[in-house]
Ligand binder design. Structure first.
Ligand code: SF4
Length: 370
């Protein structure tokens, strides 16, 4: 038997379980999952859309989350008491989420507030973080954000307090700050390994945004050189990138937005457009298959090995043991505070717009370079 026959048998078994469980089962799949996994999902989306779905669906008894660990954790926090959340592979973590933990963030918070005084800094934690950090934010009156709604989160924060601590992704924070017109000298980097994050007390007092020194290895792989090379090769092309890319790459792009924004951008682009995309390769490959009328290329090959850990075999195994294996459980006290921060995020309307350029839905045009 070859691999294809093997896969077909597994897919048939997964389908049979789906048919059997009907509405009792909800399979959520992130855009970066393998295409055969996405094809089996009830809903595909980015971390914002998937957490909304997890919060809304009251029928499903079993939520199987095909994404990385922090996403399944958020789904568990937002789910109801009668629901169980499972992840097909518990080792599917996130490098960026591992760059900040509750201990170091609390230390930084104490140092910062000892300079700025209480009630002056709003913590905003990116979705890509563990539940304890979301709980920290909830406790301090802050919110969670995703790449879909980071500008809304920052705008909201500045209506409440004068400064923002943004963690763990420095690039999403900086790109959003740039888009909002916050000056580079008003955004400082906080390196948790250095005293005062590598800053002086004066730097902290002057800063509007304090950016945690974290990053996504998948998106920081894209370099200015890659943009130059692709622009030379395809001079008529449009470049759309994810806001976890560096500000140098973002500055060269025609449009910037979350994975859902990128999906929408490609869908709404006129036929025959050449689009170069700076994000995870599984999404790009799928978009190329779904839109044969457009020419779609990756800015550079970049795969998220964590997302790739979920495959047909471990999905089938999870479904054969539905409600029993790889169940995600968040401690009740953490859950309450993390839920407060996630609820604040869900109250912020997701804009799903480009951080720069025009939205492709505007008169059906593609965003143009600024
Ligand atoms: S793409 Fe980056 S941020 Fe997203 S899960 Fe993978 S390592 Fe984490």
């Amino acid at each position: 038997m070859n691999d294809q026959d093997d896969n077909k048998q597994i897919i048939d078994r997964i389908q049979a379980i789906r048919d059997d469980l009907g509405k009792k089962l909800l399979i959520l799949t992130h855009h970066y999952q393998r295409k055969e996994i996405v094809a089996l999902g009830d809903y595909q989306g980015d971390s914002f859309g998937l957490s909304q779905k997890a919060a809304e669906d009251k029928d499903a008894q079993y939520i199987v989350f095909c994404g990385v660990h922090f996403m399944a954790e958020s789904a568990e926090i937002l789910s109801q008491a009668h629901q169980t959340v499972q992840i097909p592979k518990t080792e599917a973590g996130c490098w960026m989420a591992d760059m900040a933990d509750n201990h170091v963030v609390t230390e930084a918070w104490d140092e910062l507030t000892s300079i700025t005084g209480p009630g002056s800094i709003m913590p905003i934690v990116y979705m890509n973080s563990d539940a304890e950090l979301k709980a920290f934010c909830g406790l301090q009156g802050g919110t969670v954000c995703t790449s879909s709604n980071a500008p809304d989160a920052l705008r909201w924060a500045f209506t409440q307090r004068e400064k923002v601590l943004f963690f763990p992704d420095q690039h999403l924070g900086r790109n959003t700050g740039n888009q909002m017109g916050i000056r580079p000298d008003e955004m400082i980097l906080w390196n948790p390994k250095k005293p005062l994050g590598g800053n002086t007390p004066d730097d902290v007092k002057k800063a509007k945004v304090i950016l945690w020194d974290g990053y996504c290895l998948v998106h920081t792989r894209f370099q200015v050189e890659h943009v130059r090379k692709m622009r030379e090769k395809f001079p008529q092309s449009k470049l759309v990138v994810h806001p976890e890319c560096t500000q140098e790459v973002v500055a060269m792009a025609d449009a910037v937005g979350s994975t859902s924004y990128i999906v929408k951008y490609v869908k709404e682009a006129p036929p025959d457009t050449t689009i170069i995309i700076g994000t995870e390769i599984n999404l790009i490959n799928r978009l190329a298959l779904e839109h044969p009328d457009k020419k779609i290329f990756e800015l550079h090959y970049s795969l998220c090995p964590n997302m790739f850990k979920i495959n047909l075999n471990n999905l089938l195994w999870t479904l054969e043991n539905v409600g029993k294996v790889n169940v995600i459980k968040v401690r009740e006290d953490i859950k309450v505070d993390a839920r407060a921060a996630l609820d604040r995020m869900l109250d912020l309307a997701p804009q799903n717009k480009s951080l720069k350029g025009k939205d492709p839905s505007d008169k059906g045009q593609i965003p143009v370079a600024m």
